[in-house]
Write a protein that binds this ligand. Structure first.
Ligand SMILES: Nc1ncnc2c1ncn2[C@@H]1O[C@H](COP(=O)(O)OP(=O)(O)O)[C@@H](O)[C@H]1O
Ligand SMILES: [Mg+2]
Length: 313
């Protein structure tokens, strides 16, 4: 269509990933503007800011990460306002944000996931004891619904367990324990291109830290990104199939990035699906797209097309 659409790039938000969102949004805004799109910048701190900033926009490029921007809340608002928005709908967003629910879905449908041990309010000491007994050490503690590795801790020593679990629960309001998967760190992105869901080249992350933590994610030079991941053809295929299956099992739409660990047994263990993956300078979705020959602005245009679900569904 020749008609010019006003794209509102939404960034900021009130989640702990606000800074990451501003970084994603800044890149997206600049690239779309430079490519000649009509773009408007909307930095928000609350849902109120969002509602006030939307009139006149034709499509929302949601660059929020975490919290109400990614957990389905804002997606419901877009639906109510009948404003096209990039990416997954409310239900898939909510499922993907909930690591325990999404893992239960993957496991029930035959995908490998690390064993999980949820906290059921029995007291942190009792939880820690039973998690240790069920999973051994090292184990991973994380909040149920955060991102950017916030609150994620790899516990090597028994003495670290209770203090770490207590502080994660106090800070984020939830915690669970997960089997530590030794092996390689991979991420695989799905992108809808002209109506076909395609899996982009697998990215391997080789952090200089113990794991792919916040600093390893966003500080230039702390992680080596290897794209495409140096895996044999069969393993590459297995990883891509697992990623696409995870995306589909949650009902994701348009794009997502699936984080996984390739175990020493060669099995891809799904960690989580990100429905609004980072688009910062060190992010993996743009790197994967580039490796597939998709320039950054073309990636953004495919993402924008996902806003017009009726047209392509
Ligand atoms: N079960 C696990 N085994 C080994 N490493 C893990 C495990 N779970 C998480 N990690 C490490 O922590 C990082 C963040 O975990 P993830 O579940 O993807 O949460 P987030 O939503 O914060 O990205 C992973 O990329 C990985 O480096
Ligand atoms: Mg992750």
């Amino acid at each position: 269509m020749a008609e010019r659409k006003t794209v509102v790039v939404i960034a900021g938000g009130d989640s702990p990933e606000r800074a990451v969102s501003l970084s994603s949004g800044t890149q997206v805004y600049a690239a779309l503007a430079q490519a000649g799109h009509t773009v408007r910048w909307l930095e928000i701190s609350s849902l109120d800011d969002l509602v006030q900033g939307l009139p006149g926009a034709d499509v929302a490029f949601n660059c929020l990460h975490g919290g109400s921007g990614e957990d389905g809340t804002i997606q419901v608002l877009f639906e109510v306002l009948d404003l096209p928005y990039v990416g997954s709908g409310p239900q898939a967003s909510a499922l993907a944000m909930d690591k325990l629910k999404s893992k239960a879905i993957f496991a029930s449908k035959g995908l490998a996931v690390p064993k999980a041990h949820p906290y059921r309010g029995e007291g942190i000491e009792s939880f820690s004891r039973s998690a240790r007994a069920a999973l051994g050490l090292p184990l991973v503690l994380k909040p149920c619904n955060q991102g950017s590795s916030l609150g994620v801790a790899v516990i090597e020593e028994e003495s670290e367990l209770v203090p770490a679990a207590s502080s994660i629960f106090a800070e984020f309001g939830s915690v669970f324990a997960e089997q530590f998967i030794p092996g390689r760190e991979l991420t695989v992105s799905v992108l809808l291109q002209d109506g076909v869901e395609r899996v982009l080249p697998v990215v391997e992350l080789v952090p200089k830290h113990r794991f792919y933590d916040y600093e390893a994610k966003y500080t230039e030079g702390v992680t080596d990104h290897v794209t495409p991941a140096p895996l044999d053809a069969e393993t590459t295929q297995r990883v891509k199939e697992a990623g696409l299956a995870a995306h589909r099992m949650l009902g994701c739409y348009g794009f997502s990035r699936v984080d996984l660990r390739l175990g020493q047994d060669g099995v891809p263990y799904i960690l989580e699906v990100n429905t609004l993956p980072g688009i910062t300078p060190t992010s993996n979705l743009p790197a994967a797209a580039a490796a597939a020959g998709i320039p950054f602005v073309r990636l953004l245009e495919f993402m924008l097309e996902s806003a017009f679900k009726e047209d392509s569904a």
